[in-house]
Design a protein around this ligand. Sequence first.
Ligand code: ADP
Length: 481
Amino acid sequence: MFESLTKSIFINGKWEAISEAHTETIYNPATLEPITKVAHAGAKETTKAITAADEAFPQWSQKTGRERSRYLYKAYQLMQEDAERLGKILTMEQGKPLNEAIGEVKGAANFLLWYAEEASRNYGEWLPSSTNSKRLMVIPQAVGVVGAITPWNFPSSMITRKLAPALAAGCTVVLKPAPETPLSAIEIMKIFERAGVPNGVVNLVTGDAKAIGQQLLTNKVVQHITFTGSTAVGKYLIRESAQQVKKLSLELGGHAPSIVFADADLDKATSLVIGSKFRNNGQTCICTNRLYVHQHIANDFANLLKVKVSQLKLGSGLENEVDLGPLINQKACEKVHDHVKDATEKGAIVECGGEQWNDKLDGHYYKPTILSNISDEMKIMHEETFGPVIPIQTFTDESEVIKQANNTDYGLAAYVFTENTNRAIRVSEKLDYGIVGVNDVFPATPEAPFGGIKQSGIGKEGGHHGMDEFLEKKYISIGID
Ligand code: ADP
């Protein structure tokens, strides 16, 4: 499936060769087997890519929205047609089950479709002036060259979620994907190439995160950095980009609470909590990290949840009917276990799981885990676990549980399970989060704004809001006789 991927840097419409000495091996987290090698590029290649993006910008930004739309629509079609093969590649490098991977690829393609449509709906404003001697207007213009830095948990959709609105707005892009998952990024570049996107409009540099990041941060040509990843790296990007007052969009960590009220539909709520917690094996920034269940239903809920969780099947994502793949690496397994160990030392009870799984494969597997008897001082109640562990706490009072849910520096996603519409609205309005899912744990979609508040980020991705991030609103004041 993978020939020579040492040509993994795409600059100005060409795949650049790099010597074998400057490559790194990509491993399959399910088996720890090497898949292929990709270029380990750095500052030099990044500068070249930024220059290519800069040179492509005038022509690309001056195309009509309708023209840009055609390239995005073509890319969407190519990606949809190839979803099965792309899903397989995604599973191999990232580990998630194949059906999830194909779903991600199709979802990623849908961002291309949505922004193909939005490209021609980039409206300005005509402002009523307070004097007759002036005419005032606001025109949206592409910000310029964009640096995009993406994570490994969604190797495909995190890329199109950034690149589609940037390209629709008229920006050109230098992409740096996660070192763990460059193969999906390479495939997406090939799609743009096949769609005929002009040279230099999209560029890809794989390799040394710090060196590539440094160029994106210090090169004056780059006007905007769009990033998804950890809060720690997000804070670093804020500090470093301050030197040039660059625009930033940041999707950072989360610590999502799920609140299950006594009037929730137990069967539906348990399945949804499982969807939220175990999709991608808990490695999503919006997955449930804390679960608050009303005292009246706590026993029934926990029993049903345990039955359903114990039926989840672990294994390589390429095997049939696997629900949970491996975690991305051993460090991730260790972090998950550290949270479990810390909780049990502080009194938590392991209802199921609670250990690594090494029965069959060499990958980094952790058994799906439920913890009860939870208290607030446990690490798992404050830090992102990024793995398959649910801590259950009980509550009795609505306002008290809202206070507990909001007691975090994060503010990305929160979930509410109730059959009472008044409560759904009342609680949603009081939760300090950028996204609230009511009886819905998959809120991310191209047409809606995804993004966090507090230390979970700045800006939105998705919807018309997502394209605004890549547009400057220029105000033109015209004096007339
Ligand atoms: P995670 O811990 O989930 O891997 P990171 O925030 O470390 O999250 O990584 C998200 C993305 O940020 C990846 O593409 C990674 O290579 C990149 N990255 C990490 N450190 C830096 C840095 N100093 N400068 C630029 N990009 C970085």
